[in-house]
Design a protein around this ligand. Structure first.
Ligand code: 5RP
Length: 279
C-alpha cells in the first residue's frame, strides 16, 4: 500500500505496540441520543486524550470535535436504518469517499450484515468502498453487525462474517468478542481485528476480562463505546483498557489502574514488554 494508506493505518495503530484503543461514539446514527451519548461533545471531551482513535459519523465530527484535534478519525459511512424501524440491516452507504477525504479522516467504516435480507448489498457496498479507498489511500474497516440478533455472536458466525469482510478487501475488521472460540475468529481473519464491547456488561470486571481475553487471543485492540461512556467512571475505564491493550496488564493490574484513576491518582501501571501485534 502507498505512503498515505500506511500513514493512516500507523496513526490508528500507533507505535510502539501497533495496537489501538478506539473510542466508538457512532451509535446515534441508528439509536439517536442514547444513554451516555445524549450530548456527544460532552461525552467525547474528557475521553479524547485517552483514546488512539475516535469512531463516529460526520454529523458528530463536525458538531462535536475540535478540528484542531490530532486524534485520528474513523468515519462511519453507512446507515439508513433505525432502532425503531423494521429492519436494522437495511443500510447502505450514506457518506461519500470524497467527504471522507474532505474531513481528512484516517479510515472509513461500514457495517455488513452477513446472513440478513440485505447481505448482498452490504457486501457489494463493502467491495465498492474498498475500491474507492485503495484508489485514495484510505483504509476501510468492515463491521460485522448483527442488528437485533445478538445470539449471532458466536464463533461460527463471527468467523464467517469477519473472514468475508477481509476477503472483500477490508483492511481492518471490527467484530464482537465471544467466549467460546474467539481465537479461531482471529486466526481466520487475515487482517487486524478489533473488538466492540456490545451492550453494557454487568460490571467493570466483565469489561476488563472481555478486553483482556480478546487481546490474548490476538485482537489488535478494542473499538468500544457503551462499556466506556455508560460506565460510572468513563475516563478511568478507558485508562484501564489502555493498560490491557498497550501495557499488557493482567485483569487485576488493570483493575488497580481503574481504581487509582477513579480516586484521582495518576495510575502507576506496571509496564511490561508488549509482544508486537501480528505482522
Ligand atoms: C454501532 C457500532 C459501535 O461502534 C460498536 O458496536 C462499538 O460500540 P459498543 O462497544 O458500544 O458495542 O458499530 O453500530
Amino acid at each position: 500500500m502507498d505512503w498515505g494508506w500506511q500513514n493512516r493505518m500507523g496513526r490508528i495503530f500507533p507505535a510502539p505496540t501497533k495496537r489501538t484503543v478506539m473510542l466508538a461514539v457512532d451509535h446515534g446514527y441508528f439509536m439517536g441520543p442514547t444513554h451516555g451519548l445524549e450530548v456527544p461533545k460532552e461525552t467525547i471531551r474528557p475521553l479524547l486524550p485517552f483514546c488512539d482513535a475516535l469512531a463516529l459519523t460526520r454529523g458528530v465530527l463536525r458538531t462535536s470535535v475540535d478540528p484542531g484535534t490530532s486524534t485520528p478519525i474513523v468515519l462511519r459511512v453507512s446507515g439508513g436504518a433505525s432502532i425503531v424501524g423494521e429492519d436494522l440491516s437495511d443500510e447502505s452507504l450514506t457518506t461519500s469517499m470524497r467527504e471522507a477525504v474532505r474531513l481528512n479522516v484516517a479510515a472509513v467504516a461500514m457495517s455488513v450484515f452477513v446472513g440478513s435480507a440485505h447481505e448482498h448489498s452490504s457486501l457489494t457496498n463493502l467491495g465498492t468502498l474498498v475500491d474507492e479507498g485503495e484508489e485514495l489511500g484510505m483504509p476501510v474497516m468492515g463491521i460485522t453487525a448483527v442488528g437485533k440478533e445478538l445470539q449471532k455472536r458466536d464463533s461460527r458466525y463471527l468467523s464467517l462474517a469477519s473472514r468475508i469482510c477481509a476477503e472483500l478487501g477490508a483492511h481492518v475488521v471490527k467484530t464482537y468478542y465471544c467466549e467460546e472460540g474467539f481465537s479461531r475468529v482471529v486466526e481466520g481473519c487475515p487482517v487486524p481485528l478489533v473488538v466492540a464491547g456490545g451492550p453494557k456488561l454487568e460490571n467493570d470486571q466483565a469489561v476488563l476480562e472481555l478486553a483482556h481475553s480478546a487481546i490474548e487471543a490476538g485482537a489488535y485492540g478494542v473499538d468500544m463505546g457503551r462499556n466506556i461512556w455508560q460506565s460510572d467512571h468513563p475516563v478511568a475505564m478507558l485508562q484501564a483498557l489502555r493498560g490491557i491493550v498497550h501495557d499488557h496488564l493482567t485483569v487485576s493490574e488493570a483493575r488497580t489502574v481503574l481504581e487509582e484513576a477513579r480516586a484521582g491518582r495518576t495510575p502507576s501501571s506496571s509496564r511490561r514488554p508488549v509482544p508486537p501485534a501480528r505482522a
